[in-house]
Design a protein around this ligand. Structure first.
Ligand code: TYD
Length: 198
C-alpha cells in the first residue's frame, strides 16, 4: 500500500496529540502501517530544543534550530512514506511560521524569512489538518487558570499564533477542523480528511 504524510497543527491545547493517538489506533486496527512522530523531535537538535539547554539564544536562532531539526526529520519521514507507512506528524513547518513570526513580532519580512528558510528543507504533506480553537478555550481545557494566563501573557500570544495559522491555512490549503466540537465529531472529521488521501 502507498504511504502518506499527514500533518496536524494547532495552538497549545487544541487536542492534536489526542487526535493523533486516536487516528493511529484506528488506522493500525485496519492493518495499516502507521508511524506517529512530532516536532520538535526527540532526537538530536529536537531533543536539544526540548531540553531547554538552548536558553539565552535569540528568536531567530531558535527559528533556525526548529528548521534544522525539521531538515533531518523530513528525510526520515520521506523514508517511512516510501516504505508504505502513513506518517502522522504532530507539527511541521506551519508551527515555525505561526509561532516564530508571533515571537519575532516584527514586520512582514520576518514571516517571509520564516517561509523561505522552511521551503528549502520541507516536503509537501499529503494533508495538513489545522485543529482550530479559540486559545482561551484551549488553555482552559489544558487546565491553565485565568490568572496564570494573564501572568504569562500567553493568551495574546496564542491569539496571534491562531491568526497566523488561519492565514497559512488559506494560502497552503490546510483543512481547518473546528477543535471546539465534541471529540467524536473532531475525530470523524479528521478521519474523513485522511481517507481522501490514503
Ligand atoms: P508541543 O507540540 O506542544 O509539544 P509537547 O506537547 O510535546 O510539549 O510543542 C512544544 C512547543 O514548541 C509549542 O508551544 C510550540 C513550539 N514550537 C514552535 O514554537 N516552533 C516550531 O517550529 C515547533 C515545531 C514547535
Amino acid at each position: 500500500m502507498e504511504g502518506a504524510f499527514i500533518v496536524f497543527e494547532g495552538v497549545d491545547g487544541s487536542g492534536k496529540s489526542t487526535v493523533c493517538r486516536k487516528v493511529a489506533s484506528a488506522l493500525g486496527s485496519e492493518g495499516r502501517k502507521v508511524i506517529s512522530t512530532a516536532e520538535p523531535t526527540h532526537e538530536g537538535i529536537g531533543a536539544f530544543i526540548r531540553s531547554g539547554s538552548a536558553g539565552g539564544i535569540s528568536q531567530a536562532t531558535e527559528a533556525l534550530l526548529f528548521v534544522a531539526d525539521r531538515n533531518d526529520h523530513t528525510e526520515r519521514i520521506m523514508d517511512w512514506v516510501s516504505e508504505g507507512a502513513i506518517v502522522l506528524c504532530d507539527r511541521y513547518f506551519a508551527s515555525t511560521v505561526a509561532y516564530q513570526s508571533a515571537k519575532l513580532d516584527g514586520d512582514g519580512t520576518d514571516r517571509d524569512w520564516l517561509l523561505s528558510i522552511n521551503s528549502r528543507f520541507t516536503s509537501r504533506p499529503d494533508a495538513t489538518i489545522l485543529l482550530d480553537i479559540d486559545p482561551s478555550d484551549s488553555l482552559r481545557r489544558v487546565g491553565v487558570r485565568g490568572e496564570e494566563v494573564s501572568k504569562f501573557e500567553k493568551l495574546d500570544f496564542l491569539e496571534q499564533v491562531r491568526f497566523n495559522y488561519l492565514r497559512l491555512a488559506e494560502e497552503y490549503g490546510f483543512t481547518v477542523v473546528d477543535a471546539s466540537a465534541d471529540p467524536d465529531t473532531v475525530f470523524d472529521k479528521v478521519m474523513s480528511v485522511i481517507r481522501k488521501v490514503i
